[in-house]
Design a protein around this ligand. Structure first.
Ligand SMILES: CC(=O)SCCNC(=O)CCNC(=O)[C@H](O)C(C)(C)COP(=O)(O)OP(=O)(O)OC[C@H]1O[C@@H](n2cnc3c(N)ncnc32)[C@H](O)[C@@H]1OP(=O)(O)O
Length: 398
């Protein structure tokens, strides 16, 4: 391996970027590459070169993320990361992460977020597990409690592109109160098209209600007992509980469907609390979005806090040393500043990111030995302040 250089790519290098990513995921047939190409112009692409050869790639979408307290802030949605087989474990990803995080800092982007292909990759770069996915499975026609209000307005099946104006508006309204959701725009639509085009996948369908929508697909199957169709909910967005219940009922009551699965459900997904028999829901929780506080000061001032706290945090950040040191967080004054006062809590920047959306409390992290309380009482006070009132989630892949 010669000298590694990571740099921003220009438009003429998009095809090579696509080939490197295709090679990294072993999805490099012409059909695979044709499916990937339309999403590349939506990202800021970086390449890592070993002399003249591009051996690694990665990029980010420029979007925004909802934060606790109905706030939102710019976020880099990191994506399309890959290193060619034969060039791995020689620092190519590290060079890419270095260039990307330096560039985001220069561009004043306070947060970076990603879905990890494997859970052990990104912690070393300061990413923390900030939200969780609840892989939910429900039997078709499962019963709701009698006191669940179901909005009577109709749910219509509609072409997804025709529904886009409503989808964008409904999503923007719902996202305001859902920490972790990222913006929907033309890049989101391009990603969904790319996913939908994967060989052998059932087409996306859209169910639209005045108060929300669901995107889903159905794979038909038959057994000797009859139809055994499987429905996969891609995302469900609703303005209010009764519209949410109407969309859930629409999906759960589909003829022929015996099982409804939903991979990106939240860990506090309301449908589970609507069931007569909550055990009918099988749930498996896995990591969702990983978050990186590119700029600790800007990130901590961007969100709201549920309780007042005045606390000094000692933050370790080996990969982005500009964040290292003691920060005083005073939530009532919405102030975050460097301080030389004694630290009351010590933690790594990845653990601050894990608590940032309210996905883990500082108490939970301390119980795992990841946050140290240096002054009695500081842990409880800071843990309460950072906690959220809804579990962070993200209905969209990126
Ligand atoms: C946001 C997204 O797009 S996620 C998609 C990520 N891409 C993929 O999974 C595609 C297949 N895999 C790959 O392309 C590569 O193996 C990558 C991108 C995961 C890693 O790239 P590499 O260039 O090999 O990583 P690099 O050499 O910089 O490794 C840095 C460190 O991470 C560790 N590491 C790298 N990959 C992994 C892994 N999959 N699991 C655990 N540790 C890993 C290395 O061992 C190394 O540790 P060290 O510093 O203690 O020696």
């Amino acid at each position: 391996m010669g000298n590694l250089e990571a740099r921003r790519l220009d438009d003429s290098e998009h095809d090579e970027f696509t080939s490197v990513f295709g090679a990294a995921f072993l999805e490099d047939s012409e059909a695979d590459l044709a499916r990937l190409r339309p999403i590349v112009p939506h990202v800021t692409p970086l390449g890592v070169f070993d002399d003249a050869e591009m051996v690694g790639c990665g990029g980010h979408y420029s979007t925004y993320m909802s934060l606790p307290g109905a706030r939102s802030c710019p976020v880099a949605g990191v994506t399309l990361v890959g290193v060619k087989p034969g060039h791995r474990r020689r620092g190519v990803l590290t060079a890419l992460m270095r260039a990307q995080l330096d560039g985001l800092r220069d561009a004043d982007v306070p947060l970076a977020a990603l879905y990890a292909s494997e859970g052990a990759i990104y912690g070393r770069f300061g990413y923390g597990m900030a939200s969780f996915e609840n892989h939910l499975s429900l039997p078709g026609r499962v019963a709701f409690r009698g006191d669940v209000e179901v909005d009577e307005r109709p749910v219509r099946e509609i072409d997804l592109d025709e529904a886009l104006p409503a989808i964008y508006a409904q999503h923007a309204r719902a996202a305001a109160n859902r920490p972790g959701w990222i913006g929907r725009d033309s890049a989101w639509r391009a990603r969904e098209r790319m996913r939908q085009a994967r060989a052998g996948r059932a087409p996306y369908r859209c169910a639209l209600h005045d108060g929300g929508h669901a995107i889903y697909r159905v794979s038909p199957d038959w057994t000797e007992r009859g139809p055994d169709y499987r429905m996969e909910v891609v995302s469900l967005v609703a303005d209010d509980p009764a519209s949410y219940a109407a969309l859930c009922r629409h999906l759960l009551d589909f003829d022929l469907v015996s099982e409804v699965t939903w991979r990106k459900a939240a860990i506090d997904e309301p449908v589970v609390r609507m069931l007569v028999d909550p055990r009918a829901a099988a749930q498996r929780v896995v990591d969702g979005v990983w978050l990186r506080l590119v700029d600790v000061e800007a990130a901590l001032t961007s969100r709201d806090y549920l309780a007042d706290v005045d606390v000094v945090l000692e933050v370790r950040d080996a990969f982005c040393p500009w964040n290292e040191g003691r920060w005083r967080l005073r939530t009532r004054a919405s102030a975050v500043e460097r301080t030389s006062e004694p630290a009351q809590l010590a933690l790594d920047v990845a653990d601050l990111a894990a608590a940032y959306l309210g996905g883990s409390t500082l108490h939970q992290l301390a119980a795992a030995g990841r946050v140290r309380e240096l002054e009695p009482g500081a842990l409880t006070a800071a843990s309460r302040a950072l906690a959220g009132d809804r579990a962070p989630s993200c209905p969209d892949a990126f």
